[in-house]
Design a protein around this ligand. Sequence first.
Ligand SMILES: Cc1ncc(COP(=O)(O)O)c(C=O)c1O
Length: 375
Amino acid sequence: MSTPASDAFRYAHAHHHEIAWMSQNTNHLVPNEIIRTALEAAVRDRRYEGYPLATGDPELLDVIAKDFGMPGLNPFLTGGGTEALYMTTRALLSSGDEVIASDPSYLIIHRFVELSGAVPKNLDIYAPPYRLTADRVQEAVGPRTRMILLIDPLNPLGSGYPRDEVRAIAEIAHDRHLLLLNDVTYRDFSDGHALAAEFAPEETVTVWSVSKNCGLAGLRLGGLLARPELLKTITRFNTNDLGVNVLSQAAALAALRTKPQWIGAVVRQTRANGARIREVVAGVSGATLPVYPSRANMMVIDIAPTGVSPDSVQDEMLRRHGVFVRAGNYLSPKSGGRFVRVSFSNPPGDIERFATAFPATIKTLGARAPAPRTA
Ligand SMILES: Cc1ncc(COP(=O)(O)O)c(C=O)c1O
């Protein structure tokens, strides 16, 4: 019997010392001393007693601006990219507007779109090339379209957009007077990543995060990047009028300043882990990887032909093996019943635990499963 996701999270947090955390695209490979030293110094200086500079640490803002290298676009700090996504949709969308998006997708953004009264128009992308294309976007634009949601690389599939496709989608936004929400949370994992703001600086709102690239998900820091007038419109909905967490800012500053020194090793280990997971999946009949290699630090394992439900895989792997992967239903209304998502910016030991747990789980549950589903 499968249990709700909230129960799985409660269980995983209660046992976090023994869990291989492969469920939330978090990053467990960033050198710990860098973060620890920054946090210890901030605590020693009792920075937590006072409010931060409301607009954010100028040094941090400067490092972020340099990291993106987009003069003319201003960075803004929020409590995780999530808050930036909420503010953007809340500020820029109205009742009846349509947003071109995909299924699968990071559906929390779709929920924010709906909260603003707008409607996500989800294009089914669970087939090659497993991402939007400029042609499909062009075709989907209608009189009510107000925004295009471009998540690149895409959670959960790990698919990424070639530079020419980003340019073509950005040109649609420009030509048709649409806003382009470019969520680049996983951009550091993607070779040759292109920012849509390069091609449509007026229309693009870039949402970034230090949760995944810098391994700081628990500190909840992210933000926006947009031209000043657009940023002003969005930040009317800022709730952090007194600034975002000082300790998070200290850790993000240390991480981003040193990123060029360690990001290459993090991405290489992530890729090697992805290759190991591919090997394991290849040995399990009925399991396949729709997108490989991932341009992010997660991918989807399609298990529909095994007849085993993703929820039961999540449960069995977590409770019997201490390996936490995620059932797909929270990422895709249409295809979520076909897959689990696994993330792999983890130490190789976690990947080996997956290598044992996944085949064993499919075997155990497969023996109990009803007739297999076909594609
Ligand atoms: C595409 C995407 N955007 C935003 C977020 C949220 O990021 P943050 O931790 O900065 O709120 C996630 C988290 O998984 C994500 O996958």
